[in-house]
Design a protein around this ligand. Structure first.
Ligand code: ATP
Ligand code: MG
Length: 431
């Protein structure tokens, strides 16, 4: 991508409602734009990040055999009345009616819709287990939308639902999901913790939350310094203090704040009973299906990554979700013909090798090029400037380590093979 055509518009200003660093940096880098309270547009730079997150999750879901579908965002009230949640859900549910005065809601989650699909399509235990998932927009009329897209009203979620004949089968799928959530968050490069959690509005028997460790996290996590024991503090009426004996009896209590990016639940027959979703078993008798549901806050992940990784210059994206892997900063691009031609060739070669490269072709000062590249969080830079002409070398800069490496380049006309090799060795081959 050439910067001049990228639609990236950075700004020094941060809005008054931006309380946390991720919100400030997402606005300053031009990733998102506010439309109204809790409603944001994803601009080209932001959308690139969002798509990368989506793809990591999609690959993981596909690899465990989950089937991708796409359900409507608008859902008829009848199904919610059937499940009993039309009354229970409260003001977070955005209710609307159509021209015939039929009632609908904008889905905050999709248990009712998927249970309706399953009761129509699944007749026999032989079709089970089955996992459906979607990556789709949700709406929750949050009482306090804040922190930009971290607690928005409209946001992107990956929600998955599994159906089973019995508990053992649910447990197996739950375990697989658990592992694939860990894989997702490891691939993104998060420092995260899995905790036992409350079932909230969704209901069910067992649930785990996945939290990105960050000072601005809304949740308090209580865990043992020696065992696997970890729990959301909201499950305690009076939570223990740091250094207390761990509630599981092993080690001492540690406390950290976390941003919830994933939540998995064993639902059991919560929905299949109220909505009468049957399947015939081996003995040819009908039983209610058993369900699990599994959510990831796709858009929230972008903010959580920034909360966990930033510095005074801007965002420090983990490589896996950086909007661009590398930027080419050509000092004197518009004025020096040699630099201009070389940079364009290097750009073309890297692009052909599937590397997400941003060529800064703007007629602005080097200072602005550097600060924009740092603000939007590109992990690496190639700097082509005076040294290229005078000393036959280009510079390679690692943003996180703040380390510059000089790469020799004897050809001013065409990027040489070993230069390309060296660059790719640093940034890693794209997956
Ligand atoms: P929270 O406690 O943060 O409100 P939740 O328990 O209501 O989350 P779930 O119903 O489990 O959330 O939804 C699945 C995932 O969707 C959450 O783990 C979170 O990452 C994300 N999410 C939930 N609410 C929002 C929101 N208002 N804005 C952005 N992401 C959200
Ligand atoms: Mg919520």
């Amino acid at each position: 991508m050439k910067y001049s055509k990228s639609g990236i518009i950075t700004t020094k200003n941060t809005p008054n409602d931006a309380e946390v660093i991720s919100h400030k940096l997402m606005i300053r880098s031009g990733m998102i734009k506010k439309l109204a309270s809790g409603l944001y547009t994803w601009m080209p730079l932001g959308l690139k990040v969002l798509k990368k997150i989506e793809n990591i999750i999609r690959k993981e879901m596909d690899s465990i055999g989950a089937l991708e579908i796409l359900m409507p965002a608008i859902q008829p009230a009848e199904l919610w009345i059937e499940s009993g949640r039309w009354e229970k859900y409260g003001p977070e549910l955005l209710r609307l009616s159509d021209r015939h005065e039929r009632e609908f809601c904008f889905g905050p989650t999709h248990e009712e819709i998927i249970t309706d699909i399953a009761r129509k399509d699944i007749k026999s235990y032989k079709q089970l287990p089955i996992i459906y998932y979607q990556i789709q927009t949700k709406f929750r009329d949050e009482i306090r939308p804040r922190y930009g897209i971290m607690r928005a009203r409209e946001f992107l979620m990956k929600d998955a639902y599994s159906f089973h004949e019995n508990e053992e089968c649910l447990n197996e799928t739950y375990e697989k999901m658990f592992q694939s959530y860990k894989n997702c968050f490891n691939k993104i490069g998060f420092d995260f913790k899995v905790v036992n959690a409350d079932n909230g509005q969704i209901g069910g028997s067992e649930s785990h939350e996945f939290h990105v460790i960050a000072e601005n996290g809304e949740d308090e996590l209580i865990f043992s310094d020696t065992s696997d024991y970890a729990i959301n503090a909201e499950l305690f009426s009076k939570s223990p203090k740091e250094g207390d004996k761990s509630p599981d009896g092993s080690g001492k209590v540690k406390i950290k704040r976390g941003i919830e990016v994933g939540h998995i639940f064993k639902l059991g027959k919560n929905y299949t009973e109220s909505m009468n979703a049957n399947v015939s078993n081996e003995k040819n008798t009908n039983t209610k299906m058993i369900m699990g549901c599994y959510g990831i806050g796709v858009s929230r992940i972008a903010a959580a990554a920034i909360e966990q990784s930033n510095d005074e210059k801007g965002i420090l994206w983990p490589k896996a979700i950086a909007p661009f892997s590398i930027s080419i900063i050509s000092i004197g691009f518009s004025k020096n013909e040699t630099i201009n031609k070389y940079s364009k060739k290097l750009y073309k070669i890297l692009k052909e090798k599937n590397i997400d490269v941003l060529l800064d072709d703007r007629d602005v000062s080097p200072g602005i090029m550097f600060s924009d590249s740092d603000l939007i969080g590109i992990p690496y830079k190639i700097i082509i400037g005076k040294q290229f002409i005078e000393k036959k070398s280009i510079e390679f800069k690692d943003r996180k380590l703040d380390k510059t490496t000089t790469i020799e380049e004897n050809s001013v006309d065409n990027p040489s093979d070993n230069v390309i090799k060296e660059i790719i060795a640093y940034i890693g081959y794209p997956e």
